[in-house]
Design a binder for this molecule. Structure first.
Ligand code: UD2
Length: 348
């Protein structure tokens, strides 16, 4: 009987112990799971912060716009690269939808333009037409680099747009002016733009806007197809062909020929591009080599390895002296006809 009572007490004690163990386990499990949930939410927050533009797009609820189709659309041009980046042509995007999406993100877009020496004469048309076509309705900050700050024309700008003039030295060689842009863009991003700009475009000044250039052009790393070579075999592209240069691309290599006169994307992407092109350009210079098309050659080399996340068709940089090809339904931005000998500081 005594044995029995002891046995029963023992069983009871074991149950009590198991109960206590279960409870403490339950408590710690709940604790861990709350902690994990917080961690997951935290990491999701960080991810959203870092890649908010790369995850998915958020459209305003009940927005009305044309029905999209996946069986009819442009069939005269290629609208996606082999690495599945969109190629932006008129008719491939809905501006109403895209503008509404980016309005929700409250973005700021910067643009850089260089006007050194006689190139200040191009500023007025560039800035006035940008006001009419470049990211209209969005916050835009233009940065004008010039050796003649007093000659920068006063342009009437919309309330959400502003212009900053940044002095730079003159130069006796146009090649140096063109190529040094990478260094100055890198420094601008490091010293002035961090934290207050989302996207940046770097544009040639001897050009004018003729049509919409807006949110359809946004993305991580943005390259523009050069209007002069897009129908050619790549062996004819004017890449740097000397293996000694860091811009070297061999025959049979490369995707497209991109122009140096327009490129852009998210701030950190353009910073990486500018820094790399500048470093490679300077390292080449130390060895006495200048790539065939200066920073444009280095940009082409960079974009070959670092595939652009969106490619803008030649609508985004045409040349006024060229007749419009039938696949180009709209010219948005175009280089003006110029007399190189009359406007450059050197002729060779
Ligand atoms: C092409 C590129 C250009 C650049 C260059 C090679 C296009 C449309 N243009 O143009 O971006 O890659 O080849 O170096 O893709 N600049 C001055 N003052 C000068 C000379 C140049 O401010 O005296 C600036 C200005 O912003 C100009 C830019 O540098 O737009 C490019 O120079 P360019 O237009 O003379 O070069 P270009 O026509 O050979």
């Amino acid at each position: 009987m005594l044995l029995n009572r002891n046995f029963l007490t023992g069983i009871l004690l074991i149950f009590l112990l198991l109960g206590a163990l279960y409870y403490s386990n339950y408590l710690s499990y709940s604790f861990v799971s709350v902690e994990q949930e917080e961690l997951t939410a935290e990491s999701r927050r960080v991810e959203v912060h870092v890649q908010s533009h790369e995850l998915h797009m958020v459209a305003p609820d009940h927005l009305k716009y044309d029905q999209p189709s996946i069986v009819s659309g442009r069939n005269d041009v290629v609208t996606v690269t082999p690495w599945l980046a969109p190629v932006v042509w008129e008719g491939t995007f809905n501006p109403v939808l895209l503008d509404s999406i980016y309005k929700l993100q409250n973005i700021t877009v910067a643009a850089t333009v260089f006007a050194v020496g006689k190139y200040v004469m191009f500023l007025k048309d560039f800035l006035e037409t940008a006001e009419q076509h470049f990211f209209v309705g969005f916050r835009v900050h233009m940065y004008v680099f010039t050796d003649q700050p007093d000659s920068v024309p006063q342009i009437k700008m919309a309330a959400d747009r502003q212009l900053t003039v940044l002095p730079v030295p003159s130069s006796k060689r146009w090649q140096e002016i063109s190529a040094r842009r990478m260094e100055l863009i890198q420094k601008l991003i490091e010293e002035k733009l961090r934290n207050n700009i989302d996207y940046i475009f770097c544009l040639d000044v001897d050009s004018k806007f003729h049509g919409r250039w807006g949110t359809e052009s946004l993305g991580g790393l943005i390259a523009v197809i050069h209007p002069g070579y897009y129908r050619d075999n790549r062996k004819r592209f004017p890449y740097e062909r000397r293996p000694e240069s860091r811009a070297y691309i061999a025959t049979g290599e490369g995707d497209f020929y991109y122009c140096g006169g327009a490129f852009g994307g998210m701030l950190q992407e353009v910073h990486q591009l500018a820094k790399t092109c500048r470093t490679n350009f300077e390292a080449d210079a130390k060895e006495g080599i200048e790539a065939a098309w200066q920073e444009e050659s280095h940009l082409n080399r960079y974009m070959w390895v670092n595939k652009p996340s969106k490619v803008l068709s030649p609508e985004y940089l045409w040349q006024d002296f060229k007749a419009r090809n039938p696949e180009v339904h709209i010219i948005r931005f175009s280089g003006v006809v110029k007399n190189y000998a009359a406007i450059r500081p050197n002729v060779e």
